[in-house]
Design a protein around this ligand. Structure first.
Ligand SMILES: Cc1cc2nc3c(=O)[nH]c(=O)nc-3n(C[C@H](O)[C@H](O)[C@H](O)COP(=O)(O)OP(=O)(O)OC[C@H]3O[C@@H](n4cnc5c(N)ncnc54)[C@H](O)[C@@H]3O)c2cc1C
Length: 465
């Protein structure tokens, strides 16, 4: 049995705890300068793309029939493709960026930007067709046929455009909320296909590339590097790491109503750099589960050869996790997440967990310096749902902190500024870490802001997509 390995009540003097000390390797700290440099490079790239599109246009071409429409079409197409490249970089899970923004931050930027490349690319298709039709003095529908039939690589580009439109519709809030996350994820993969299909026609027909070998090379290298970043970070590194650490399920233990902890063991886990508060995308290699990876936080610092996650059943995957058999092999992607001790700005902290959000905060608490005088707030619908409560209480006691539990329905025990202020009166001087379902996180973050916590001292992870 390995159950007690993660129990902080095991005093360091006890033999078992000494045999399995917490892993000493932590994820490297974020370097905000890298983020600032990348953001500057992205803006400089955008300016360069606009300048390139304008510089390769002549006044004579603009005066020709359809000239203005064709120019606007080239400009929107080029800028749209450039922004699509930025989107792919954001989705490539480049570790240096992920450490700064976390998955939440990357997703927020990804969603904020997404309508632009898709909108510009659709506008490009419409306006270029119009421009070509004006130049050929023909109808738009006839021109669509001519473009697809006789221009190089236009069939692929048209298929790519249709895929992009399909993904845009699927990503639209009300539609996305009706889709299963897995369906939405598979559809999202088609973005890579759509962009690959569109690439050739940009090079073959774009005025910025035809007769300009240097811009062709720069553009191709940029896309090759981006595709490489996706392949390396989303595929190669996870495969190599999973093979290296060879994780397997050791035991699945009940923790509360509908909640289980899964203890995994693996080789060389002392070399895996992971910080408290981080999560992995886990892929359980068993029938029915191998094809989907779901994010679950580590609910304790790894104690090589063991690592633990704690999962609340809310759907198919979480229910299947509770039925995992010992010996099941596990692949993973990560670690991800910026809710770690690297985010600390103040000497003291407040941790606010909603329900199963305690998993990340439990491992973070273990990782925080002892001097941080933690005030921990655990919220749940009932006493039984305060999972890992005893472990958290022990960790808080050891750090001479304070633990509050808030039990009751969400509507009756909301994290309003008044409620949070009562629980943590000196919150404005603390770093605030919040984790859990969207409603709780939104309430607690808004309350912390109202109570005077600077935005740079509020760190959160939402357990949703
Ligand atoms: C960073 C992060 C860390 C998390 N850590 C934990 C944890 O430690 N313990 C835990 O029990 N849960 C955790 N979750 C939530 C967990 O990933 C989802 O509950 C789980 O994926 C639901 O899958 P399902 O098939 O059982 O449910 P579904 O029926 O598919 O989904 C139920 C709800 O879960 C959310 N969800 C589904 N799939 C995903 C996904 N792949 N990514 C994000 N949200 C999803 C959606 O909001 C959906 O409405 C975490 C989520 C995130 C984003």
């Amino acid at each position: 049995m390995v159950t007690t390995v993660f129990d902080p009540a095991q005093s360091p003097q006890k033999r078992r705890a000494r045999r399995y000390p917490t892993s000493a390797r932590r994820s490297p700290p974020p370097h905000p300068a890298v983020g600032a440099a990348a953001a500057t490079a992205a803006v400089a790239g955008l300016v360069a793309v606009v300048v390139l599109a304008v510089a390769t246009e002549t006044t004579r071409e603009l005066r020709l029939p359809g000239g203005v429409a064709t120019f606007v079409g080239s400009l929107t197409g080029l800028v749209g493709m450039y922004l699509a490249l930025v989107m792919v970089v954001l989705a490539a899970r480049v570790p240096a960026f992920e450490r700064i923004l976390g998955q939440d931050g990357m997703l927020r930027w990804h969603r904020r930007l997404a309508p632009w490349p898709i909108g510009l690319i659709v506008l490009h298709a419409l306006v270029v067709t119009l421009g070509y039709a004006q130049a050929a003095r023909t109808g738009v529908l006839h021109e669509i046929g001519t473009l697809v039939d006789s221009y190089p690589d236009m069939l692929g580009a048209t298929a790519g455009l249709l895929l992009l439109v399909m993904i845009a519709v699927a990503s639209f809030g009300p539609v996305r909320r009706r889709l299963r996350r897995e369906t939405w994820w598979v559809m999202h993969l088609y973005i890579y296909l759509a962009l690959a299909l569109s690439f050739a026609h940009v090079i073959a027909l774009g005025p910025a590339f035809v007769g300009h070998p240097l811009t062709r090379v720069v553009w191709s290298v940029l896309w090759a590097l981006t595709a490489g970043a996706v392949l390396v970070n989303r595929f190669l590194v996870p495969v190599v790491r999973s093979a290296r650490y060879r994780l397997r399920v050791v035991e699945v233990l009940p923790e509360g109503p509908g909640v289980v902890s899964v203890v995994l063991s693996g080789r060389n886990l002392d070399r895996l750099a992971v910080s408290g508060g981080q999560f992995f995308a886990w892929r359980f290699l068993t029938r029915g589960l191998w094809w989907q990876a779901h994010p679950y936080s580590i609910s304790a610092l790894p104690r090589p050869p063991y690592v633990r996650l704690t999962v609340k059943q809310i759907g198919d995957h979480t229910a299947a996790v509770a039925r995992l058999q010992p010996g099941t092999r596990v692949a993973f992607e990560g670690p991800y997440g910026a809710v770690t001790s690297h985010a600390l700005r103040s000497p003291t902290v407040a941790l606010v967990a909603g329900g199963i959000g305690i998993t990340a905060l439990r491992s973070l608490l273990e990782d925080l310096p002892k001097s941080t005088d933690p005030v921990v707030v655990m919220r749940a619908a009932s006493e039984e749902e305060l999972v890992l409560h005893e472990e958290v209480a022990e960790l808080v006691r050891h750090r001479k902190g304070t633990l509050h539990t808030v039990v009751g329905s969400r509507s009756r025990s909301r994290m309003t500024p008044a409620a949070l202020g009562r629980l943590v009166p000196d919150i404005a001087r603390r770093d605030v870490f919040v984790c859990g379902p969207p409603g709780l996180v939104e309430d607690a973050v808004a309350a912390a802001r109202r109570l005077g916590v600077p935005p740079s001292c509020i760190h959160y992870e939402i357990y949703s997509w």
